[in-house]
Design a protein around this ligand. Structure first.
Ligand SMILES: Nc1ncnc2c1ncn2[C@@H]1O[C@H](COP(=O)(O)OP(=O)(O)OP(=O)(O)O)[C@@H](O)[C@H]1O
Length: 252
């Protein structure tokens, strides 16, 4: 694996008296896919928010290529290349798939969303969006209105919108959530196709996805790191089994 891109040292976030993320040391290397797992309420989403800049830590640091970014807001981190998958809410349903991707590229370039009507006429942005969709194997749905996509296709569109800005790090928070079996398989194949090209942090409850995709599995429980290692080592780790049994009794 490559060099360390994104790192935390002792990162902590409190909500009232609760340490939602509690002194976590973590690193993501170039080209690596790390899955972050843990029982419900373990602190996974809070941890992603600390990496994306949606939340600031109460203690500890977040560094990107050695630079302390702990206090940088989300847009500044996005400009450095830390992208979080868009939420379905940010898809414009009346626009086509390719127009949505072009809009994401336009927003990143610093233009205002108010000019969205012009985006259809923006040939370079549109070409970039077309190329992105072709690269991801999504050309088939380029001209369909986003409103006509299935739930699974919308999740793929969200990721395409995050990738069009050519990020260094992609943060994916539960991309399989709410997908049927066939759609989940397609999502796994899709993410497998991104592996090695981007550095990816994947938060996911779907253990088939985690153990198929991850180079490394990082386990959180009650805000703290329980294990960090290759998937098969982590799966067999009694501390991990215990963390799950002590939580909501989910299957590992
Ligand atoms: N904004 C907030 N205010 C207060 N408590 C919060 C807030 N966000 C999260 N928490 C608490 O912090 C803990 C960790 O929550 P978080 O959502 O990060 O866990 P998670 O591992 O992502 O859970 P899940 O798997 O259920 O999505 C939980 O106890 C949660 O109730």
């Amino acid at each position: 694996m490559g060099k360390t891109l994104l790192q935390t040292a002792g990162v902590t976030r409190r909500f009232g008296g609760l340490n939602a993320v509690d002194g976590v040391d973590f690193e993501l290397r170039t080209g690596e896919l790390v899955a972050v797992i843990g029982p419900n309420g373990a602190g996974k989403t809070t941890f992603v928010n600390l990496l994306s800049g949606a939340l600031r830590p109460d203690a500890g640091t977040v560094t990107f290529e050695g630079r302390d970014i702990s206090r940088l807001p989300m847009d500044a981190r996005a400009r450095l290349g830390i992208a979080r998958s868009f939420q379905i809410a940010s898809i414009f349903p009346e626009l086509s798939v390719v127009e949505n991707v072009a809009l994401a590229a336009q927003a990143h370039a610093g233009h205002s969303f108010h000019f969205w009507r012009e985006v259809a006429d923006e040939a370079p942005l549109r070409r970039k969006a077309q190329a992105q969709l072709a690269d991801l194997g999504l050309s088939d749905c380029a001209d369909r209105p986003a409103s006509q996509l299935s739930h699974g296709e919308k999740r793929l569109l969200e990721i395409a919108m995050a990738l069009v800005v050519e990020p260094r790090v992609l943060l994916l928070d539960e991309p399989m959530a709410g997908l049927g079996i066939a759609e989940a398989r397609r999502m796994i194949d899709f993410i497998a196709g991104l592996k090695g090209r981007f550095s990816i942090l994947l938060v996911e409850h779907d253990m088939e996805a985690v153990f198929t995709l991850a180079d490394r599995v990082f386990v959180l429980a009650s805000g703290a790191r329980v294990a960090d290692g290759p998937p098969e080592v982590v799966r067999a780790d009694p501390r991990v089994q215990l963390a799950y049994l002590g939580g909501e009794g989910e299957d590992l």
